[in-house]
Ligand binder design. Structure first.
Ligand SMILES: *Cc1c(COP(=O)(O)O)cnc(C)c1O
Length: 490
Protein backbone atom coordinates (compact mmCIF):
# COMPACT_ATOMS: atom_id res chain seq x y z
CA UNK A 1 0.00 0.00 0.00
CA UNK A 2 1.30 3.39 -1.01
CA UNK A 3 1.73 5.33 2.24
CA UNK A 4 0.79 8.63 0.56
CA UNK A 5 -2.71 7.92 1.86
CA UNK A 6 -1.61 7.78 5.46
CA UNK A 7 -0.67 11.40 5.53
CA UNK A 8 -0.98 12.33 9.22
CA UNK A 9 -3.91 14.43 10.31
CA UNK A 10 -3.21 18.06 11.13
CA UNK A 11 -3.95 17.11 14.76
CA UNK A 12 -1.13 14.56 14.72
CA UNK A 13 1.26 17.24 13.53
CA UNK A 14 0.40 19.40 16.52
CA UNK A 15 3.00 20.24 19.21
CA UNK A 16 1.79 22.01 22.29
CA UNK A 17 2.81 25.67 22.25
CA UNK A 18 4.08 25.70 18.65
CA UNK A 19 2.90 28.81 16.79
CA UNK A 20 2.68 30.05 13.23
CA UNK A 21 2.00 33.66 14.13
CA UNK A 22 3.79 36.37 16.09
CA UNK A 23 0.85 38.31 17.47
CA UNK A 24 1.04 39.56 21.06
CA UNK A 25 -1.39 38.01 23.55
CA UNK A 26 -4.49 40.12 23.79
CA UNK A 27 -6.08 40.74 27.11
CA UNK A 28 -9.84 41.00 26.64
CA UNK A 29 -10.14 42.64 30.02
CA UNK A 30 -13.71 42.95 31.22
CA UNK A 31 -15.25 42.13 27.79
CA UNK A 32 -15.66 38.49 28.80
CA UNK A 33 -17.65 39.47 31.85
CA UNK A 34 -20.42 40.82 29.60
CA UNK A 35 -21.18 37.29 28.34
CA UNK A 36 -23.39 34.90 30.32
CA UNK A 37 -21.14 32.42 32.09
CA UNK A 38 -23.02 29.50 30.50
CA UNK A 39 -21.64 30.62 27.14
CA UNK A 40 -18.00 30.89 28.27
CA UNK A 41 -15.49 28.08 27.71
CA UNK A 42 -14.14 26.40 30.75
CA UNK A 43 -11.03 25.28 28.88
CA UNK A 44 -9.29 26.28 25.65
CA UNK A 45 -10.50 24.66 22.38
CA UNK A 46 -8.44 21.67 21.21
CA UNK A 47 -6.97 23.16 18.08
CA UNK A 48 -3.85 21.89 16.36
CA UNK A 49 -0.73 23.93 17.08
CA UNK A 50 1.85 23.96 14.30
CA UNK A 51 4.24 26.26 12.46
CA UNK A 52 3.16 27.88 9.17
CA UNK A 53 5.17 25.71 6.71
CA UNK A 54 3.69 22.56 8.27
CA UNK A 55 0.15 23.87 7.80
CA UNK A 56 0.78 24.96 4.22
CA UNK A 57 2.44 21.65 3.26
CA UNK A 58 -0.27 19.62 4.95
CA UNK A 59 -3.11 21.22 2.99
CA UNK A 60 -1.18 21.55 -0.27
CA UNK A 61 -0.26 17.85 -0.20
CA UNK A 62 -3.84 16.90 0.66
CA UNK A 63 -5.15 18.95 -2.27
CA UNK A 64 -2.66 17.19 -4.57
CA UNK A 65 -4.50 13.93 -3.91
CA UNK A 66 -7.48 15.41 -5.70
CA UNK A 67 -8.41 14.95 -9.33
CA UNK A 68 -10.32 17.75 -11.07
CA UNK A 69 -10.98 19.32 -14.46
CA UNK A 70 -8.00 21.58 -13.75
CA UNK A 71 -5.67 18.57 -13.42
CA UNK A 72 -6.83 16.28 -16.21
CA UNK A 73 -9.41 14.98 -18.68
CA UNK A 74 -12.62 14.03 -16.88
CA UNK A 75 -14.96 12.19 -19.31
CA UNK A 76 -17.61 11.40 -16.68
CA UNK A 77 -20.73 10.58 -18.71
CA UNK A 78 -23.97 12.20 -17.56
CA UNK A 79 -22.05 14.80 -15.53
CA UNK A 80 -20.85 17.23 -18.25
CA UNK A 81 -17.51 18.00 -16.58
CA UNK A 82 -16.70 20.93 -18.83
CA UNK A 83 -13.88 23.31 -18.08
CA UNK A 84 -14.66 26.05 -15.51
CA UNK A 85 -13.29 29.27 -17.09
CA UNK A 86 -11.19 31.34 -14.68
CA UNK A 87 -12.82 34.58 -15.81
CA UNK A 88 -15.97 33.33 -14.04
CA UNK A 89 -14.06 33.26 -10.75
CA UNK A 90 -12.62 36.73 -11.38
CA UNK A 91 -16.15 38.11 -11.75
CA UNK A 92 -17.22 36.59 -8.44
CA UNK A 93 -14.16 38.02 -6.70
CA UNK A 94 -15.05 41.63 -7.54
CA UNK A 95 -15.79 43.72 -4.45
CA UNK A 96 -19.21 44.81 -5.74
CA UNK A 97 -20.19 41.14 -5.60
CA UNK A 98 -18.12 39.48 -2.90
CA UNK A 99 -18.88 42.14 -0.26
CA UNK A 100 -22.67 41.90 -0.55
CA UNK A 101 -24.89 40.66 2.23
CA UNK A 102 -28.13 38.88 1.26
CA UNK A 103 -30.13 40.92 3.79
CA UNK A 104 -29.19 44.26 2.24
CA UNK A 105 -32.15 46.40 1.15
CA UNK A 106 -32.97 45.98 -2.55
CA UNK A 107 -32.14 49.64 -3.24
CA UNK A 108 -28.47 48.97 -2.32
CA UNK A 109 -28.05 45.83 -4.48
CA UNK A 110 -29.58 46.89 -7.78
CA UNK A 111 -26.59 45.60 -9.75
CA UNK A 112 -26.80 42.15 -8.15
CA UNK A 113 -30.54 41.97 -8.81
CA UNK A 114 -29.90 43.01 -12.41
CA UNK A 115 -27.45 40.08 -12.76
CA UNK A 116 -30.11 37.77 -11.33
CA UNK A 117 -32.87 38.99 -13.60
CA UNK A 118 -30.64 39.02 -16.68
CA UNK A 119 -29.65 35.39 -16.13
CA UNK A 120 -33.30 34.39 -15.66
CA UNK A 121 -34.15 36.01 -18.99
CA UNK A 122 -31.23 34.39 -20.81
CA UNK A 123 -32.13 30.95 -19.46
CA UNK A 124 -35.74 31.48 -20.53
CA UNK A 125 -34.44 32.27 -24.01
CA UNK A 126 -32.17 29.20 -24.07
CA UNK A 127 -34.96 26.92 -22.80
CA UNK A 128 -37.80 28.43 -24.82
CA UNK A 129 -39.72 29.01 -21.57
CA UNK A 130 -41.76 32.00 -20.39
CA UNK A 131 -40.14 32.43 -16.98
CA UNK A 132 -37.38 31.02 -14.78
CA UNK A 133 -36.56 30.92 -11.08
CA UNK A 134 -32.91 30.58 -10.10
CA UNK A 135 -33.65 29.51 -6.51
CA UNK A 136 -33.03 25.71 -6.44
CA UNK A 137 -29.60 24.53 -5.27
CA UNK A 138 -28.99 21.57 -7.63
CA UNK A 139 -30.43 19.60 -10.51
CA UNK A 140 -32.26 17.21 -8.19
CA UNK A 141 -33.54 20.17 -6.17
CA UNK A 142 -34.77 21.69 -9.46
CA UNK A 143 -36.61 18.45 -10.30
CA UNK A 144 -38.32 18.54 -6.92
CA UNK A 145 -39.21 22.22 -7.39
CA UNK A 146 -40.54 21.57 -10.88
CA UNK A 147 -42.69 18.70 -9.66
CA UNK A 148 -44.05 20.87 -6.84
CA UNK A 149 -44.93 23.48 -9.50
CA UNK A 150 -46.77 20.76 -11.41
CA UNK A 151 -48.52 19.61 -8.26
CA UNK A 152 -49.58 23.20 -7.49
CA UNK A 153 -50.91 23.52 -11.04
CA UNK A 154 -53.08 20.39 -10.75
CA UNK A 155 -54.29 21.38 -7.28
CA UNK A 156 -55.23 24.86 -8.53
CA UNK A 157 -57.60 23.14 -10.96
CA UNK A 158 -59.05 20.88 -8.32
CA UNK A 159 -57.50 17.92 -10.15
CA UNK A 160 -56.10 16.16 -7.10
CA UNK A 161 -56.54 12.55 -8.26
CA UNK A 162 -53.26 12.73 -10.19
CA UNK A 163 -50.93 10.81 -7.88
CA UNK A 164 -48.41 9.31 -10.32
CA UNK A 165 -45.40 10.40 -12.34
CA UNK A 166 -44.10 8.45 -15.35
CA UNK A 167 -40.33 8.02 -15.62
CA UNK A 168 -38.40 6.11 -18.34
CA UNK A 169 -36.36 3.06 -17.24
CA UNK A 170 -33.22 4.84 -18.53
CA UNK A 171 -33.77 7.90 -16.28
CA UNK A 172 -31.24 9.27 -13.82
CA UNK A 173 -31.99 8.02 -10.30
CA UNK A 174 -32.85 11.53 -9.16
CA UNK A 175 -36.02 11.52 -11.34
CA UNK A 176 -37.96 8.84 -9.43
CA UNK A 177 -36.43 10.08 -6.16
CA UNK A 178 -37.62 13.67 -6.73
CA UNK A 179 -41.07 12.49 -7.78
CA UNK A 180 -41.33 10.38 -4.62
CA UNK A 181 -40.18 13.37 -2.51
CA UNK A 182 -42.92 15.45 -4.13
CA UNK A 183 -45.43 12.85 -2.96
CA UNK A 184 -45.95 10.89 -6.18
CA UNK A 185 -45.95 7.18 -7.02
CA UNK A 186 -43.63 6.20 -9.86
CA UNK A 187 -44.67 4.42 -13.05
CA UNK A 188 -41.81 3.18 -15.23
CA UNK A 189 -41.91 3.31 -19.02
CA UNK A 190 -39.79 0.98 -21.20
CA UNK A 191 -36.99 1.89 -23.58
CA UNK A 192 -36.71 0.46 -27.10
CA UNK A 193 -33.51 -1.32 -28.19
CA UNK A 194 -32.23 2.00 -29.60
CA UNK A 195 -32.45 3.53 -26.11
CA UNK A 196 -35.40 5.85 -26.78
CA UNK A 197 -38.72 5.73 -24.97
CA UNK A 198 -41.28 3.18 -26.19
CA UNK A 199 -44.12 5.53 -27.16
CA UNK A 200 -46.78 2.82 -27.28
CA UNK A 201 -45.83 1.64 -23.78
CA UNK A 202 -46.07 5.27 -22.68
CA UNK A 203 -49.48 5.76 -24.30
CA UNK A 204 -50.80 2.70 -22.51
CA UNK A 205 -49.81 4.18 -19.14
CA UNK A 206 -51.30 7.66 -19.64
CA UNK A 207 -54.57 8.23 -17.85
CA UNK A 208 -56.22 10.63 -15.41
CA UNK A 209 -53.99 9.42 -12.53
CA UNK A 210 -50.82 10.78 -14.17
CA UNK A 211 -49.58 14.21 -13.04
CA UNK A 212 -46.44 14.38 -15.18
CA UNK A 213 -44.06 12.57 -17.48
CA UNK A 214 -40.34 13.23 -16.90
CA UNK A 215 -38.03 13.00 -19.90
CA UNK A 216 -34.36 13.67 -20.55
CA UNK A 217 -33.41 14.68 -24.08
CA UNK A 218 -30.90 13.66 -25.32
CA UNK A 219 -31.59 10.77 -22.96
CA UNK A 220 -29.11 9.15 -20.61
CA UNK A 221 -27.69 6.93 -23.35
CA UNK A 222 -26.94 10.01 -25.45
CA UNK A 223 -29.75 9.45 -27.98
CA UNK A 224 -32.08 12.17 -29.17
CA UNK A 225 -35.73 11.42 -28.43
CA UNK A 226 -37.29 12.16 -31.82
CA UNK A 227 -40.88 11.62 -30.76
CA UNK A 228 -41.20 14.45 -28.24
CA UNK A 229 -43.91 16.38 -30.21
CA UNK A 230 -46.01 13.20 -30.41
CA UNK A 231 -45.33 12.41 -26.73
CA UNK A 232 -46.18 16.00 -25.71
CA UNK A 233 -49.48 15.80 -27.52
CA UNK A 234 -50.42 12.50 -25.85
CA UNK A 235 -49.32 13.73 -22.40
CA UNK A 236 -51.32 16.96 -22.74
CA UNK A 237 -54.36 15.11 -24.11
CA UNK A 238 -54.28 13.03 -20.90
CA UNK A 239 -54.23 16.23 -18.82
CA UNK A 240 -50.66 15.72 -17.56
CA UNK A 241 -47.61 17.96 -17.92
CA UNK A 242 -44.28 17.17 -19.58
CA UNK A 243 -41.14 17.73 -17.50
CA UNK A 244 -37.70 18.23 -19.07
CA UNK A 245 -34.69 17.05 -17.07
CA UNK A 246 -32.20 19.61 -18.42
CA UNK A 247 -29.05 17.85 -17.22
CA UNK A 248 -28.37 16.99 -20.87
CA UNK A 249 -29.10 20.44 -22.27
CA UNK A 250 -25.49 20.95 -23.39
CA UNK A 251 -25.80 19.30 -26.83
CA UNK A 252 -29.00 21.25 -27.52
CA UNK A 253 -27.33 24.66 -27.10
CA UNK A 254 -27.67 26.43 -30.41
CA UNK A 255 -29.72 23.59 -31.89
CA UNK A 256 -33.12 23.16 -30.20
CA UNK A 257 -35.19 24.38 -27.24
CA UNK A 258 -37.27 22.23 -24.86
CA UNK A 259 -40.08 24.81 -24.86
CA UNK A 260 -40.41 24.52 -28.65
CA UNK A 261 -40.65 20.72 -28.36
CA UNK A 262 -43.67 20.92 -26.05
CA UNK A 263 -42.14 20.65 -22.57
CA UNK A 264 -44.01 22.56 -19.84
CA UNK A 265 -41.49 22.66 -16.98
CA UNK A 266 -37.71 22.16 -16.98
CA UNK A 267 -34.56 22.59 -14.92
CA UNK A 268 -31.02 23.43 -15.97
CA UNK A 269 -27.91 22.28 -14.08
CA UNK A 270 -25.70 25.38 -14.20
CA UNK A 271 -22.75 23.16 -13.11
CA UNK A 272 -23.20 21.12 -16.26
CA UNK A 273 -24.28 23.26 -19.21
CA UNK A 274 -23.12 26.65 -17.92
CA UNK A 275 -19.57 25.83 -16.74
CA UNK A 276 -19.92 26.47 -13.00
CA UNK A 277 -17.97 24.05 -10.77
CA UNK A 278 -19.41 20.74 -9.54
CA UNK A 279 -19.47 19.34 -6.04
CA UNK A 280 -16.51 20.30 -3.91
CA UNK A 281 -15.61 22.98 -6.47
CA UNK A 282 -18.50 25.11 -5.35
CA UNK A 283 -22.21 25.13 -4.62
CA UNK A 284 -24.59 24.17 -7.44
CA UNK A 285 -27.75 25.61 -8.92
CA UNK A 286 -30.71 24.04 -10.71
CA UNK A 287 -32.87 26.89 -12.07
CA UNK A 288 -36.43 25.93 -13.07
CA UNK A 289 -38.30 27.25 -16.09
CA UNK A 290 -42.00 27.12 -16.93
CA UNK A 291 -44.09 27.77 -20.01
CA UNK A 292 -46.57 30.65 -20.14
CA UNK A 293 -49.46 30.13 -17.74
CA UNK A 294 -47.41 28.39 -15.03
CA UNK A 295 -45.44 31.44 -13.80
CA UNK A 296 -47.62 31.95 -10.76
CA UNK A 297 -46.67 28.53 -9.39
CA UNK A 298 -42.94 29.32 -9.17
CA UNK A 299 -41.49 29.53 -5.64
CA UNK A 300 -40.79 32.70 -3.68
CA UNK A 301 -39.07 35.06 -3.71
CA UNK A 302 -39.07 36.59 -7.20
CA UNK A 303 -36.94 39.45 -8.46
CA UNK A 304 -39.40 41.83 -10.09
CA UNK A 305 -39.08 44.93 -12.24
CA UNK A 306 -40.90 48.00 -10.95
CA UNK A 307 -42.55 50.61 -13.14
CA UNK A 308 -39.62 53.01 -12.60
CA UNK A 309 -37.16 50.40 -13.95
CA UNK A 310 -35.72 49.47 -10.54
CA UNK A 311 -35.71 45.90 -9.19
CA UNK A 312 -37.17 44.51 -6.01
CA UNK A 313 -37.39 41.17 -4.21
CA UNK A 314 -41.01 40.13 -3.82
CA UNK A 315 -42.83 37.44 -1.90
CA UNK A 316 -46.01 36.52 -3.71
CA UNK A 317 -48.90 34.23 -3.01
CA UNK A 318 -47.31 31.11 -4.46
CA UNK A 319 -48.49 27.64 -3.67
CA UNK A 320 -45.54 26.26 -1.77
CA UNK A 321 -43.53 29.26 -0.56
CA UNK A 322 -39.75 29.06 -0.49
CA UNK A 323 -37.49 26.36 -1.86
CA UNK A 324 -34.15 27.89 -0.75
CA UNK A 325 -32.67 30.42 1.61
CA UNK A 326 -32.38 33.98 0.28
CA UNK A 327 -32.31 33.99 -3.54
CA UNK A 328 -30.31 30.77 -3.88
CA UNK A 329 -26.57 30.31 -4.59
CA UNK A 330 -25.82 33.77 -5.89
CA UNK A 331 -22.15 33.36 -6.86
CA UNK A 332 -23.11 30.47 -9.14
CA UNK A 333 -25.37 32.81 -11.12
CA UNK A 334 -22.55 35.27 -11.65
CA UNK A 335 -20.33 32.51 -13.03
CA UNK A 336 -23.07 31.24 -15.35
CA UNK A 337 -23.81 34.75 -16.62
CA UNK A 338 -20.07 35.41 -17.11
CA UNK A 339 -19.91 32.22 -19.21
CA UNK A 340 -22.89 33.24 -21.35
CA UNK A 341 -21.53 36.75 -21.92
CA UNK A 342 -17.99 35.51 -22.61
CA UNK A 343 -19.22 33.16 -25.33
CA UNK A 344 -21.96 35.39 -26.73
CA UNK A 345 -24.89 34.08 -28.75
CA UNK A 346 -22.73 33.04 -31.69
CA UNK A 347 -20.29 30.89 -29.72
CA UNK A 348 -22.95 29.53 -27.39
CA UNK A 349 -24.59 28.08 -30.49
CA UNK A 350 -21.38 26.14 -31.25
CA UNK A 351 -21.30 24.40 -27.87
CA UNK A 352 -23.93 21.74 -28.68
CA UNK A 353 -22.54 20.80 -32.11
CA UNK A 354 -18.94 20.64 -30.79
CA UNK A 355 -19.89 18.51 -27.77
CA UNK A 356 -21.69 16.17 -30.19
CA UNK A 357 -18.75 16.07 -32.60
CA UNK A 358 -16.28 15.21 -29.82
CA UNK A 359 -18.46 12.40 -28.48
CA UNK A 360 -18.92 10.85 -31.93
CA UNK A 361 -15.18 11.14 -32.63
CA UNK A 362 -14.28 9.22 -29.46
CA UNK A 363 -17.09 6.68 -29.99
CA UNK A 364 -16.07 5.90 -33.56
CA UNK A 365 -12.38 5.68 -32.63
CA UNK A 366 -13.04 2.98 -30.02
CA UNK A 367 -16.04 0.98 -31.19
CA UNK A 368 -13.91 -1.74 -32.81
CA UNK A 369 -12.58 -2.66 -29.34
CA UNK A 370 -15.52 -1.78 -27.09
CA UNK A 371 -19.05 -3.13 -27.40
CA UNK A 372 -21.42 -0.42 -28.68
CA UNK A 373 -24.97 -1.63 -27.96
CA UNK A 374 -26.61 1.47 -29.47
CA UNK A 375 -24.83 2.32 -32.70
CA UNK A 376 -25.46 6.09 -32.83
CA UNK A 377 -24.63 8.63 -34.07
CA UNK A 378 -24.86 9.82 -30.49
CA UNK A 379 -25.27 13.31 -29.11
CA UNK A 380 -22.96 14.56 -26.31
CA UNK A 381 -22.28 11.15 -24.74
CA UNK A 382 -22.49 7.44 -25.45
CA UNK A 383 -22.41 4.11 -23.64
CA UNK A 384 -20.18 1.10 -24.26
CA UNK A 385 -21.16 -2.27 -22.84
CA UNK A 386 -17.64 -3.27 -21.77
CA UNK A 387 -14.90 -4.69 -23.98
CA UNK A 388 -15.72 -6.58 -27.18
CA UNK A 389 -13.34 -9.35 -26.18
CA UNK A 390 -15.44 -11.05 -23.50
CA UNK A 391 -13.05 -14.03 -23.14
CA UNK A 392 -10.68 -12.36 -20.67
CA UNK A 393 -12.94 -11.55 -17.71
CA UNK A 394 -11.73 -7.94 -17.75
CA UNK A 395 -14.64 -5.81 -16.57
CA UNK A 396 -15.69 -2.20 -16.99
CA UNK A 397 -14.49 -1.60 -13.42
CA UNK A 398 -11.02 -2.91 -14.40
CA UNK A 399 -10.89 -0.62 -17.45
CA UNK A 400 -11.97 2.38 -15.35
CA UNK A 401 -9.25 1.70 -12.77
CA UNK A 402 -6.59 1.12 -15.42
CA UNK A 403 -7.28 4.59 -16.84
CA UNK A 404 -6.20 6.18 -13.56
CA UNK A 405 -2.57 5.15 -14.11
CA UNK A 406 -2.56 7.25 -17.28
CA UNK A 407 -3.81 10.41 -15.55
CA UNK A 408 -7.39 10.28 -16.82
CA UNK A 409 -10.48 10.30 -14.65
CA UNK A 410 -12.62 7.22 -15.22
CA UNK A 411 -15.84 7.55 -17.23
CA UNK A 412 -19.14 6.82 -15.49
CA UNK A 413 -19.46 3.06 -14.91
CA UNK A 414 -22.45 0.76 -14.44
CA UNK A 415 -24.88 3.55 -15.32
CA UNK A 416 -27.26 3.58 -17.13
CA UNK A 417 -28.65 0.29 -15.82
CA UNK A 418 -29.76 -0.83 -19.30
CA UNK A 419 -26.50 -2.77 -19.85
CA UNK A 420 -24.38 -5.04 -17.63
CA UNK A 421 -21.02 -3.38 -18.28
CA UNK A 422 -22.01 0.24 -18.95
CA UNK A 423 -19.08 2.58 -19.55
CA UNK A 424 -20.44 6.02 -20.25
CA UNK A 425 -18.20 8.60 -21.90
CA UNK A 426 -18.84 12.33 -22.25
CA UNK A 427 -15.85 14.32 -23.50
CA UNK A 428 -17.59 17.78 -23.64
CA UNK A 429 -16.80 20.50 -26.16
CA UNK A 430 -13.92 22.00 -24.19
CA UNK A 431 -11.33 19.28 -24.96
CA UNK A 432 -8.73 19.66 -27.70
CA UNK A 433 -8.21 17.05 -30.46
CA UNK A 434 -4.84 16.20 -28.83
CA UNK A 435 -6.50 15.38 -25.50
CA UNK A 436 -9.14 13.25 -27.20
CA UNK A 437 -6.47 11.42 -29.22
CA UNK A 438 -4.41 10.78 -26.08
CA UNK A 439 -7.47 9.34 -24.33
CA UNK A 440 -8.34 7.18 -27.34
CA UNK A 441 -4.76 5.86 -27.50
CA UNK A 442 -4.86 4.90 -23.80
CA UNK A 443 -8.27 3.23 -24.10
CA UNK A 444 -6.99 1.21 -27.08
CA UNK A 445 -3.90 0.21 -25.18
CA UNK A 446 -5.96 -0.95 -22.18
CA UNK A 447 -8.21 -2.98 -24.50
CA UNK A 448 -5.16 -4.60 -26.12
CA UNK A 449 -3.58 -5.30 -22.71
CA UNK A 450 -6.87 -6.87 -21.60
CA UNK A 451 -6.63 -9.39 -24.44
CA UNK A 452 -2.89 -10.07 -24.14
CA UNK A 453 -2.28 -9.84 -20.40
CA UNK A 454 -5.63 -9.63 -18.57
CA UNK A 455 -4.05 -9.69 -15.10
CA UNK A 456 -2.15 -6.50 -15.88
CA UNK A 457 -5.47 -4.70 -16.32
CA UNK A 458 -7.25 -6.54 -13.50
CA UNK A 459 -4.57 -5.47 -10.98
CA UNK A 460 -4.46 -1.82 -12.04
CA UNK A 461 -4.15 0.89 -10.87
CA UNK A 462 -0.54 0.78 -9.75
CA UNK A 463 0.08 4.48 -9.07
CA UNK A 464 -2.78 5.62 -6.83
CA UNK A 465 -2.80 5.80 -3.01
CA UNK A 466 -5.55 3.14 -2.91
CA UNK A 467 -5.94 0.53 -5.63
CA UNK A 468 -8.55 -2.08 -4.67
CA UNK A 469 -10.54 -1.18 -1.59
CA UNK A 470 -13.09 -3.75 -0.46
CA UNK A 471 -16.11 -1.86 -1.72
CA UNK A 472 -18.68 -4.22 -0.22
CA UNK A 473 -17.07 -4.07 3.20
CA UNK A 474 -16.71 -0.28 2.92
CA UNK A 475 -20.44 0.00 2.21
CA UNK A 476 -21.58 -2.57 4.76
CA UNK A 477 -19.36 -1.61 7.71
CA UNK A 478 -17.86 1.78 7.01
CA UNK A 479 -14.98 2.91 9.25
CA UNK A 480 -15.83 6.51 9.91
CA UNK A 481 -13.50 7.34 12.81
CA UNK A 482 -9.86 8.04 12.08
CA UNK A 483 -8.75 6.25 15.24
CA UNK A 484 -10.54 3.07 14.11
CA UNK A 485 -8.96 3.33 10.66
CA UNK A 486 -5.47 3.46 12.21
CA UNK A 487 -6.12 0.43 14.41
CA UNK A 488 -7.72 -1.58 11.58
CA UNK A 489 -4.80 -1.12 9.16
CA UNK A 490 -1.87 -1.77 11.51
C1 LIG B 1 -26.71 15.18 -13.04
C2 LIG B 1 -28.05 14.73 -13.40
C3 LIG B 1 -29.16 14.96 -12.56
C4 LIG B 1 -29.03 15.51 -11.14
O1 LIG B 1 -28.42 16.76 -11.06
P1 LIG B 1 -27.63 17.24 -9.76
O2 LIG B 1 -27.29 18.65 -10.07
O3 LIG B 1 -26.46 16.34 -9.61
O4 LIG B 1 -28.57 17.13 -8.60
C5 LIG B 1 -30.41 14.61 -13.02
N1 LIG B 1 -30.58 14.03 -14.22
C6 LIG B 1 -29.54 13.76 -15.05
C7 LIG B 1 -29.81 13.13 -16.39
C8 LIG B 1 -28.25 14.09 -14.66
O5 LIG B 1 -27.23 13.83 -15.47
Amino acid sequence: MNNKLYQPLIFELSHSGRRGDGLPDYNYGSAGAALPSALLRSRAPELPETDEPTVVRHYTNSSNNNFGVDTGFYPLGSCTMKYNPKVNEAMVGRAGVSDLHPAQPAATVQGALRIYRTLEKYLAEVGGMAEFTLNPFAGAHGEYTGLMVIRAYHESRGDEARRKVIVPDSAHGTNPASAAMAGYDIVEVRSLPDGTVDVSDLRGKLDSSIAAVMMTNPNTVGMFERNIPEIAEAVHAAGALLYYDGANLNPLLGVARPGDMGFDVMHINLHKTFSTPHGGGGPGAGPVGVRAGLEKFLPDPRVVEKADGSLDVEFGETAFGRISSWLGNFTVYIKALAYILTLGAENLAKVGPLATLNANYVMNSLKDLFELPIPGPCKHEFVFDGLRDKSTGVTTLNVAKALLDYGFHAPTIYFPLLFHESLMIEPTETESPETLDAFIAVMRRIAEDASNDPDKVKNAPYSTPISHPDEDEAALSPVIKYADLCSSTD
